[in-house]
Design a protein around this ligand. Structure first.
Ligand code: PHE
Length: 525
C-alpha cells in the first residue's frame, strides 16, 4: 500500500485533532487552540473529511448558559444554602431575623431571597409572636435541592442543553416543590441564574480511520498547479502531486452587449409570421376613434370608449376620415345594419364622435385600416398581414398591467376561410413559440362573429393561460369596404408582454421595461 500523503496543513490539523482529549470539538475552539485561521482550518477539515479521516457536522443548539449571577451562586452556593448551612452547623434552632442577618455573611437583598426560599421549602418558619421577627429551623438536614443539582452540572460545562435539561432527574429533592424540569427552568429564569441561547455549533470529529492513522507515516505532499522546468530539472517532480483541474468548475460570466429581450422576442414573433407568408404592417399610434372603434362596429356608447379606458388627445383634436361614401357605409351599419342584414345598434351615429383623436387602444385599428385599403383598392387575395406594435390604455399600472403595452395582431382575408383555418394558424404560431397545446373557447368582441378566446398550455406552470382574442370579422366590419361573403376575414390579437412573461418566466410585467440589469444580463437568449 502506498503511504498516505496529505498536505502540510491537513497533517497539522489531523495531529491537532488526535491530540484532543474531548471530541467532537467546536471548529472555532479548535482554530483558537491551534492558532489557525478559521477558514484555513475548515478547508483542511473538508479535505480530511473527503478522505475519510474527519467528519464535520452542524448542530442547532438550544442551551441554557449560566449568567454572571449564576456563576457566582455556583461558586458560593445559593443564599438559601448559605443560611441553612449556618443554622445547621451552629445548631441554631431559632434566631431573631436581624441577628441572623448580622451573623450570616450575605448582602441584604440576597439574605432576604435566601430566607424567602427557605420558607417556601418549609426548611424554616418565621413568626412575629415574640414581637421581633424570629426564624425557627424546621429540619435536621438539608439535602441538595434540584436547583443546586442543576448548578453543579452547569458549572462544569458552563451550560446545559435544553433537551438534556428535560431529561434530568430531579426527584431526589422530594421535600421541595421544584421537582420537574419545566419548573426548574422557570426558577432559573426568574432568578436570572441562566439564560437560554440558540446557536449553531460546528463540530469536528475524527473517524476511526482518522484516529488510527499514524501521523508519522504520513508523507507531506506539495501540491503544484503546473510542472516548471525547475521541478523537472531537479527531479523534484517525483515528490509533488499535481493539483487536478476541476473541469466542471464554472468559468467567469461574461456579459457582452446584446439586444434587449423584448426586441429579441419581437423579432422571433416577426420571423414566425414572415415564415408563414405574412407581411408586417404598421399604423399610426395617434388614431381616430373611427378606425379604433367605429370601423370595428363598436357602438358609440361602448364603455371601452370612456376616458378611463382610452386616452383622448386635445391636439390635434379632429381626425380626417376616409372618403364620404365609406364613412356613410360605416354609419349605416351602426344605425340600421346597412346591407349586412343586421339591424345595427340603432340611434344616430355621430361623425363628431368618430373624429375624436385617441391613442390607439388596440392594433385592430391598424389591421382594419389595412383591410379598408385592401377592400377599396380591390387588392388580390389572399391577404395576410400582421403587426407588432404599441397600444395604450388608461390602466392603473401594477405587476400585471401597463398603460402602454404591445400587441401582436393579424388578419387573413380570403375566400372561404373558416374557423378551422384560424385555429390551425394560431396553433402553428403558438407551437413555434414553444406552446404546443391550444384551447379555444367562445368569446365576445363587437367586431367578430363567431369569437374565440385562445388559451395555451404552459408545461412549466402546468396550467392554461388565456392569451389571445380572435374570430371572424362581422359583415358589419368588412362590407363597408366591399369585402363580402364568400370572402372572409380571420382576425386575432394578443398581448405581447404576457407572452414575454411566460417565455422568459418573468413575474412582474413592469420589469420588462424597467430594465433590471441583472435580469438583462442573465436572461438566456
Ligand atoms: N382587439 C382585441 C383585444 O385587444 C383582440 C382581438 C383582435 C380580438 C382581433 C378579436 C379579433 O383584446
Amino acid at each position: 500500500m502506498s503511504p498516505v500523503s496529505l498536505k502540510d496543513i491537513e497533517i497539522r490539523v489531523l495531529k491537532g485533532l488526535q491530540g484532543q482529549i474531548k471530541l467532537p470539538m467546536e471548529a472555532k475552539d479548535l482554530a483558537t487552540i491551534m492558532g489557525l485561521d478559521y477558514a484555513v482550518l475548515m478547508t483542511a477539515v473538508y479535505e480530511l473529511q473527503n478522505q475519510g479521516y474527519a467528519t464535520f457536522a452542524e448542530q442547532e443548539v438550544d442551551e441554557y448558559q449560566l449568567t454572571d449571577e449564576g456563576k457566582k451562586y455556583a461558586q458560593t452556593g445559593l443564599p438559601e444554602r448559605i443560611i441553612i448551612k449556618y443554622l445547621l452547623s451552629h445548631q441554631l434552632k431559632e434566631s431573631p431575623l436581624n441577628e441572623l442577618q448580622k451573623k450570616v455573611n450575605l448582602e441584604q437583598n440576597l439574605f432576604f431571597i435566601g430566607i424567602g426560599n427557605l420558607k417556601k421549602m418549609r426548611w424554616i418558619q418565621t413568626s412575629k409572636a415574640t414581637g421581633e421577627e424570629t426564624i425557627y429551623l424546621s429540619v435536621q438536614e438539608a439535602p441538595q435541592i434540584p436547583l443546586e443539582q442543576l448548578l453543579a452540572t452547569m458549572i462544569e460545562t458552563g451550560g446545559i442543553f435544553a433537551n438534556q435539561l428535560e431529561k434530568m432527574d430531579f426527584s431526589t429533592g422530594d421535600r421541595v416543590r421544584d421537582v420537574d424540569a419545566n419548573k426548574i427552568v422557570e426558577v432559573v429564569r426568574k432568578r436570572k441564574i441562566a439564560k437560554q441561547v440558540k446557536y449553531t455549533r460546528r463540530l469536528v470529529n475524527l473517524t476511526e480511520k482518522g484516529k488510527k492513522l499514524d501521523i508519522n507515516k504520513v508523507v507531506a505532499k506539495t501540491e503544484v498547479t503546473r510542472l516548471t522546468p525547475d521541478l523537472l530539472q531537479s527531479g523534484e517532480w517525483k515528490n509533488v502531486s499535481l493539483k487536478p483541474f476541476n473541469v466542471a468548475a464554472r468559468g467567469p460570466s461574461l456579459f457582452g452587449g446584446k439586444l434587449h429581450p423584448v426586441t429579441l422576442l419581437i423579432n422571433k414573433v416577426r420571423e414566425v409570421f414572415l415564415s408563414m407568408g405574412f407581411t408586417e404592417i404598421r399604423g399610426p399610434i395617434v388614431e381616430s376613434a373611427f378606425y379604433n372603434f367605429d370601423a370595428l362596429f363598436q357602438p358609440q356608447d361602448h364603455p371601452a370608449r370612456e376616458m378611463h379606458d382610452t386616452f383622448y388627445l386635445d391636439n390635434p383634436k379632429v381626425a380626417k376620415l376616409p372618403p364620404e361614401e365609406y364613412v356613410r357605409a360605416v354609419a349605416q351599419t351602426h344605425e340600421t345594419g346597412g346591407s349586412t342584414g343586421s339591424i345595427g345598434w340603432g340611434g344616430k351615429w355621430s361623425e363628431a364622435i368618430a373624429r375624436q383623436i385617441i391613442l390607439r387602444t388596440h392594433t385592430t385599428a391598424t389591421t382594419i385600416r389595412r383591410l379598408s385599403e385592401i377592400g377599396r383598392n380591390k387588392e388580390p387575395l389572399p391577404a395576410r398581414v400582421f403587426s407588432i406594435d404599441r397600444v395604450f390604455r388608461n390602466e392603473k399600472v401594477d405587476f400585471k398591467h401597463l398603460a402602454e403595452f404591445t400587441q401582436i395582431e393579424g388578419i387573413v382575408i380570403d375566400k372561404g376561410v373558416t374557423l378551422s383555418d384560424l385555429r390551425g394558424l394560431l396553433t402553428s404560431f403558438f407551437t413555434r413559440m414553444g406552446f404546443s397545446k391550444i384551447l379555444t373557447r367562445p368569446g365576445y368582441y363587437p367586431y367578430t362573429e363567431p369569437s374565440l378566446t385562445v388559451a395555451v398550455y404552459s408545461e412549466d406552470h402546468k396550467r392554461w393561460f388565456e392569451m389571445a382574442g380572435s374570430g371572424i370579422f362581422r359583415p358589419e366590419v368588412t362590407e363597408p369596404w366591399g369585402i363580402k361573403d364568400p370572402e372572409r376575414v380571420l382576425a386575432w390579437g394578443m398581448g405581447f408582454e404576457r407572452l414575454a412573461m411566460l417565455y422568459y418566466e418573468y413575474k412582474d410585467i413592469r420589469d420588462l421595461y424597467r430594465n433590471p440589469l441583472s435580469w438583462l444580463r442573465e436572461v438566456p437568449v
